[in-house]
Design a protein around this ligand. Structure first.
Ligand SMILES: [Ca+2]
Ligand SMILES: [Ca+2]
Ligand SMILES: [Ca+2]
Ligand SMILES: [Ca+2]
Length: 368
């Protein structure tokens, strides 16, 4: 009981919902379910203050179901500039693989800003992930110059609609933990100055024992998923988390599970996670794969242009690129030469052979 006394000064009744785990923004586990593989393009924080942060990153993720709660921990930072942490949870039948545009009007239309605008778009998760709930957390600065966060959530029912609403506000660390009227607990600790660095390449969100790492910690009573009171059993969950811009309208490259390098994903309505290698979600109880160390150049040809990525071989295969071998780098000289142009290919069939010669002989003496 002593372990969650700090986070539970508000009421003992609501605190019981998070029993067994201290909701304080400090990770008590050792291993994670997933570790970030991409540098952050939304700013690398170097301020150890538990409240203020000058960047956002998602270094690792963990989820577990116990004591009637779903516990989620996301190691990293949420910048104090009103950018959004979006957390989608799939833990019961039904839900939304592609976000609808007629969900609850919550956070000033922020949820539906990511969904279908009527043209058939909407953020699309990897096959099999059908989100049942969304939670969003925002960090800003209060009048005293300290960090203040607020949170909203909504049900994501198969046919849209559903309940959504404001959960409340909190501050930094254990003392600032939010315990909402719905029984949800949220804590944010922005002290992290480790994890990924800034950029768009392959990176490593953490290695070894992650206990004591800081970030965003959430406890959700399982009854909130049982909106029809059917007594559904929940013993596992999948989570897709990402950093979005203040208007819920521009997704960064910080997604868990990670995107294997690359820039910001931009408009959420146009994001289809099936177009990115691997699953952009993680599962409760999973064991994270180690950080990527074996990389090589991957030359991806599109029309007349060739892009160079430095990625693992299987990611290169996903993109249909040509892998240059382990240890090669896009920083090497001419890692991706443009496609060979056969200037003598007169018949334009991609090769120089007797057909081209016959064309030349047939045109012999011709003057244009
Ligand atoms: Ca904790
Ligand atoms: Ca579901
Ligand atoms: Ca960092
Ligand atoms: Ca994917």
């Amino acid at each position: 009981m002593k372990t969650f006394a700090l986070a539970c000064t508000a009421t003992t009744v609501l605190c019981a919902s998070a029993m067994g785990q201290s909701i304080d923004g400090l990770y008590e586990g050792s291993n994670a379910a997933v570790i970030q593989n991409t540098s952050t393009n939304f700013g690398n924080n170097d301020n150890p203050d538990p409240g203020l942060s000058i960047g956002s990153e998602l270094n690792f993720g963990s989820a577990s179901v116990a004591n009637g709660n779903l516990y989620i921990f996301l190691g990293g930072n949420l910048e104090t500039n009103f950018n959004k942490l979006e957390v989608f949870i799939d833990c019961r039948e039904g839900g939304q693989n592609r976000l609808r545009g007629d969900n609850s009007d919550v956070d000033f239309g922020g949820l539906n800003r990511m969904g279908d605008d009527g043209s058939g778009n909407g953020m699309t998760f990897d096959v099999g992930f059908e989100a049942d709930m969304w939670i969003t957390i925002t960090c800003g600065v209060n009048a005293e110059g300290g960090m203040e966060f607020f949170a909203n959530y909504a049900e994501l029912r198969t046919d849209g609609g559903g309940y959504g609403g404001f959960l409340g506000t909190g501050g930094a660390g254990a003392d600032g933990a939010l315990i909402s009227a719905k029984g949800m607990s949220i804590a944010v600790d922005n002290s992290n100055i480790a994890g990924v660095s800034g950029g768009t390449g392959i990176d490593c969100g953490g290695e070894g024992d992650l206990a004591g790492s800081t970030g965003v910690e959430i406890a959700i009573p399982l009854y909130l998923f049982d909106w029809d009171g059917e007594g559904i059993q929940i013993d596992s969950a999948r989570v897709s988390a990402m950093i979005n811009a203040a208007g819920h309208d521009f997704i960064s490259n910080q997604v868990l599970a990670g995107i294997y390098g690359g820039g910001n994903l931009a408009d959420p309505r146009s994001v289809d996670f099936n177009a990115l290698p691997g699953n952009q979600f993680f599962e409760s109880g999973a064991s994270a794969k180690p950080c990527l160390t074996v990389l090589g150049t991957c030359c991806v040809t599109s029309g007349d242009s060739v892009a160079c990525l430095t990625v693992p071989a299987d990611v290169c295969a996903f993109y249909g690129g040509e892998y240059g071998g382990d240890g090669t780098s896009c920083d090497d000289a001419d890692p991706c030469l443009p496609p060979v142009q056969c200037v003598s290919d007169i018949t334009d069939d991609g090769r120089v052979d007797v057909a081209d010669l016959l064309q030349v002989i047939g045109d012999w003496g011709c003057i244009e």
